[in-house]
Design a protein around this ligand. Structure first.
Ligand code: ZN
Length: 322
């Protein structure tokens, strides 16, 4: 079930109750914030037997969508590189003409559309035909980090919605309903991550983000203690697993930003509020700002595939002189 996001739910309910169901939607938002869950929610709202605009969660259609077995809700899968095959997109266009199997609508969900670099524009041009003149029973939902991924011709014809992070309380309540984690674990997760449910679950399941937060806290402490040895060791350690260094740097950039904010009288929101407080005492506003810029620069370098070992050594040197 989609937690929070009351405005999105109200808008969908209002459109459906007026019989103005959207045929093309774009859902944007940060990773983990529930774009796919929102797409599922909208499919349920469209196909729920109660037709109230809000999914009842109990009828057969709602249940089938929840379990991923509804024949009229299609989740597209990209290949291992994140690309959608042009042929798969063509199949949607021809399949969309065929009436739904059991529901009022046929819903095609294409998640992470912006990750499909190679076929993105070509795929959009093929989809455009469908989006310009959709059959009465067809709904297409595309998800991405931001709207920038889409051609203006698509944006102008689609209803653009964004998923927003839940409050920490809404997130903790939702995690509690999963009946999988203790109160203590949930408290840890929301204090490190905030209201992003997807990322909190990754943290609780000890995926990369859990270690990224741990390493970022260690690095923050090493900077406060001016311990260059621990700094280099920790950076090297988090460099041993794919994607972990980048995630750790993102966490550290949040700590640096918090440190700058605290120096200017604001309050912290990142994964290490206490660490940021101590760090701000050492670096001050200007030093924290400089640290933030240094980290962001290295994230850019990582993204442009610079040699990682070089990056770690140079980053350590740059941070040590702050
Ligand atoms: Zn229902």
């Amino acid at each position: 079930m989609l937690a929070g996001n009351a405005r999105l739910k109200e808008l969908i309910a209002s459109l459906i109750s007026k019989g103005r169901e959207p045929h093309s939607l774009i859902i944007t938002g940060e990773h983990g914030q529930g774009r796919k869950t929102a797409a599922k929610y909208i499919s349920q709202a469209l196909l729920c037997e109660q037709q109230s605009g809000t999914p009842c969660g109990r009828c057969l259609a709602c249940k089938k969508i929840k379990n991923g077995t509804h024949p009229d809700v299609m989740f597209l899968k990209a290949n291992e590189n994140g690309n959608y095959q042009v042929d798969t997109v063509r199949e949607i266009v021809s399949d969309a003409i065929v009436s739904p199997n059991e529901g009022r609508f046929k819903v095609y969900i294409i998640p992470d559309f912006d990750k499909s670099g190679i076929t993105g524009e070509q795929a959009q041009n093929i989809l455009l035909k469908l989006i310009e003149e959709p059959p009465e029973h067809t709904v297409i939902i595309l998800t991405a980090d931001s709207k920038e991924a889409f051609l203006s011709t698509i944006i102008s014809r689609a209803l653009a919605l964004s998923v927003v992070p839940c409050s920490v309380q809404e997130c903790a309540e939702y995690l509690g309903t999963l009946q999988k984690y203790s109160y203590g674990e949930i408290g840890d997760a929301v204090s490190a991550i905030g209201g992003n449910i997807g990322k909190c679950i990754e943290y609780l399941e000890k995926e990369n983000i859990f270690f990224a937060v741990k390493y970022a806290r260690d690095i923050c402490k090493a900077l406060t203690d001016r311990n260059e040895y621990v700094l280099l060791m920790t950076l090297t350690e988090c460099d041993c697993k794919k994607g972990l260094l980048r995630q750790t740097l993102e966490c550290i950039s949040g700590i640096a930003r918090d440190s700058a904010v605290i120096s200017m009288g604001g309050s912290a929101t990142g994964c290490d509020k206490e660490g940021a407080m101590v760090l701000s005492g050492r670096l001050g506003a200007a030093g924290s700002q400089k640290m933030y810029e240094v980290i962001c620069n290295y994230i850019k370098k990582l993204d442009s595939n610079c040699s990682k070992t070089l990056t770690v050594n140079a980053l350590c040197a740059d941070l040590s002189v702050l």
